[in-house]
Design a protein around this ligand. Sequence first.
Ligand code: CTP
Length: 215
Amino acid sequence: TVLVSAGGTREPLDAVRFLGNRSSGRMGAALADEARRRGAEVTLVAANLSVPAPVGVDVVSAPTAEELARETLSRGDADIVLMAAAIADYRPAEPAADKRPKDGNDWTVTLEPTTDVLRELGGRRENGQVLVGFAAETGDNGLERAREKLRAKQVDLIVFNDVSRDDIGFDAPDNEVVLVSAEGERRLGKAAKERIAAAILDVVAERLPKPLEGE
Ligand code: CTP
């Protein structure tokens, strides 16, 4: 069983507005599709995908960080969990129930932290589960921050990508990533997200517990 989260959450400011991000969900959709192709039973927890969900996977809609946390954590016993979603770290503390009228004044919004789903999953992991996080970083020491995330969130693999570039990462068909694990790092050259997904699943498959003789 494989659980994939994908897309970008939208956090309501009022009845019609939200805080969001540029994630399209392509990387997560490619992972879900490739896992299904390899014979897994796949659930895709989808936050506002701008690409079609792959055929043959179970799709659960989770547009906000709160819904994504609930739908993911309730399925946290999957053999493989791939957290490709760009989840808001903060959300408006008091979203207005109605549309806020324009009154010419400043609009001050207080943001409160959301649940860190990956960290929760890392803390409560069952033996043998392979847990993968993504690190979308900008700037020079992004790779160092990705290594730190691997340790802090207790995951098997962090897929690091530099989202300051326009040609890869957020809302682009291609990606160029570094797979960071405790054992070492592997740089994958720029390729279609489908190829990157296959390479990620190759590494994940190596980390799955081997079935016992006769099973
Ligand atoms: N993530 C999560 N829950 C959140 C935010 C992020 O599970 N509330 C997951 C993402 O799905 C991704 C990983 O954590 O797999 C990295 O997310 P990112 O926002 O880059 O990292 P953070 O730990 O939030 O670090 P930073 O302080 O750099 O934002």
